[in-house]
Design a binder for this molecule. Structure first.
Ligand SMILES: [Zn+2]
Ligand SMILES: [Zn+2]
Length: 270
């Protein structure tokens, strides 16, 4: 397996760090998890044929994690995708797709459907809200286990994914506070891909910061739960927030070995 980090940033426009998005290459298939700002362009840069994408997963529906999806879906169709896209995510995933493709872009799709080079099946999709506490998707040579995690309680449903293939494991989380379901999911995994949004001090002093994990606590629990390698992403760089002090916080608990500071288009073999 391998993990390709497409975007290591978050909400703010940043040409070095694009929006949250990653590919897990498992069982010969490219699985896309989240589709933030510029994800489609990053896939093209990474040499991933977007018209072959079959399965897309969303951690949650904050716009920084899904804003490139209409572009991906429609452009992959016009480039020759001839199969329905399967989309898995938390509550409201089905509605998100329905509003985009059956309401907002309905006329657009209708004007293009007569174009003979646009395959008819590429307009189709199958979207599934994962409402079970835990659910596993069986792929050809991989499995994707999904659990709910806590980001904004009572407002946004949120998922994390554990992909296993050939005895190896990658856990991809979205944005979240420290929560038991994720710690259990990530136990002993070969690679955990986790947000590192703000320094602990800022998370503790701002009420909105309570929606993210303090880097020091992340380092601590990842170590305790036997995570072998930890890749940091979703850096919210702005005035007073820089990458290195946050990484240092994680390092002080997790250690240096196996700690990876994410950057766009980085590939990690698992
Ligand atoms: Zn985010
Ligand atoms: Zn979020």
């Amino acid at each position: 397996m391998k993990l390709i980090l497409l975007g290591s940033g978050a909400v703010r426009p940043d040409l070095e760090r694009w929006g949250p998005s990653q590919i897990v290459h498992a069982g010969g298939e490219n699985l896309l998890i989240d589709c933030g700002r510029g994800a489609t362009m990053r896939m093209v840069q990474a040499g991933i044929p977007i018209q072959e994408l079959r399965r897309v997963f969303f951690t949650h529906h904050h716009f920084d994690h899904n804003c490139d999806f209409a572009y991906l879906f429609l452009s992959s169709w016009t480039l020759g995708r001839n199969h329905p896209m399967e989309i898995y995510g938390p509550r409201d995933t089905e509605r998100f797709c329905r509003v985009l493709f059956e309401e907002l872009y309905r006329e657009d799709i209708n004007t293009r459907r007569i174009q003979p080079t646009y395959p008819p099946r590429g307009r189709e999709y199958v979207a599934r809200d994962v409402i079970e506490d835990e659910w596993t998707l069986e792929g050809k040579d991989y499995t994707v286990r999904m659990v709910h995690t806590i980001h904004k309680p009572q407002i946004l449903d949120n998922l994390a994914f554990r992909i296993e293939s050939g005895g190896r494991s990658v856990v991809v989380a979205g944005d979240n506070v420290v929560c038991e379901s994720l710690m259990k999911l990530a136990e002993g995994c070969d690679l955990l891909v986790h947000e590192c949004s703000f320094p602990s001090s800022r998370i503790e002093e701002h009420k909105w910061g309570g929606f993210h994990t303090p880097p020091r606590l992340l380092g601590r629990w990842a170590k305790e739960r036997g995570v072998k390698r930890l890749l940091l992403k979703h850096f919210c760089i702005q005035k007073g927030v820089a990458v290195e002090p946050m990484v240092e916080e994680v390092r002080s608990e997790f250690g240096d070995e196996g700690l990876i500071v994410g950057r766009d288009l980085m590939t990690v073999e698992v």
